[in-house]
Design a protein. Structure first.
Length: 251
């Protein structure tokens, strides 16, 4: 993928909102719930498609492990440098500038949907290539076409994934699936009404959904994700949702 996979204008929106917005806080909680029991022995970490570098910085502070960061969008790399995130590199995740078996853990959060259908296979194979044997891949992606929205169009999302498709990608790459679950489940009735009923009625152009909201509403929207974090941490899964999370180990 030679051009930016994401609308560059969205980088500024993310940088402004990702520290405090309910969705980002909730998804960080879900991610850490999956990783907390598995971080012993993790020494080298890659975030492939790091965006502004905020998650890499939070990750390093939480676990005390350096995170190498890669993103194709120049503004994302500039954000990483402003944050003081070490080792930022401008590159596509479909062509990572690292040797085989270089990392104990590879993170890939909401990047795969920006690849045109069919091209995600090469990107996924690259993520696995740089994992050491027994290394871990944690991948999050937008899920289910029914939840495609104006925001999806705005950020140049090219596809969404089902549980079966991620399962096929993992097995084709000889990964052992540790967890595979949908997320952002409890808000799906609201999302369906908004994306499939309200937005088509309005017929407005694509627009970013990454916007700060009043504190009471932010708290109200965060609560379902906090419950999901509790359930995920106890080994539970969800049957559908707006996101999909894969945790797998390289054989």
């Amino acid at each position: 993928m030679s051009k930016s996979p994401i609308n560059p204008q969205e980088i500024a929106n993310i940088a402004e909102a990702e520290e405090s917005l309910w969705w980002f806080r909730g998804m960080r909680g879900l991610t850490f719930a999956l990783l907390d029991p598995l971080m012993n022995g993790i020494g080298r970490v890659l975030e492939a498609g790091c965006g502004t570098g905020h998650f890499a910085a939070v990750f390093q502070k939480r676990y005390g492990v350096p995170v190498f960061t890669v993103d194709l969008e120049p503004e994302a790399i500039r954000c990483c440098r402003r944050r003081g995130v070490p080792y930022p590199a401008q590159a596509s995740i479909a062509s990572l500038p690292f040797p085989d078996r270089a990392f104990d853990l590879v993170l890939n959060l909401d990047v795969l949907p920006h690849f045109p259908p069919g091209q995600e296979q090469a990107a996924f194979a690259e993520l696995v290539r740089v994992l050491r044997p027994q290394g871990l891949l944690l991948l999050r992606t937008a899920a289910l076409e029914v939840f495609r929205s104006r925001h999806s169009q705005y950020v140049w999302e090219r596809q969404r994934f089902s549980r079966g498709r991620l399962q096929q990608l993992a097995r084709a790459s000889n990964l052992r699936i540790l967890r595979l679950s949908y997320a952002n489940f409890f808000l799906t009735p609201v999302a369906f009404l908004k994306f499939r009923v309200w937005e088509p009625l309005l017929r407005q152009p694509p627009a970013s959904g990454v916007q700060l909201v009043p504190a009471p509403l932010d708290h109200l929207l965060y609560l379902p994700l906090a419950v999901e974090k509790w359930w995920i941490a106890r080994g539970g899964n969800f049957p559908w949702g707006q996101s999909l999370v894969l945790l797998a180990q390289k054989n």
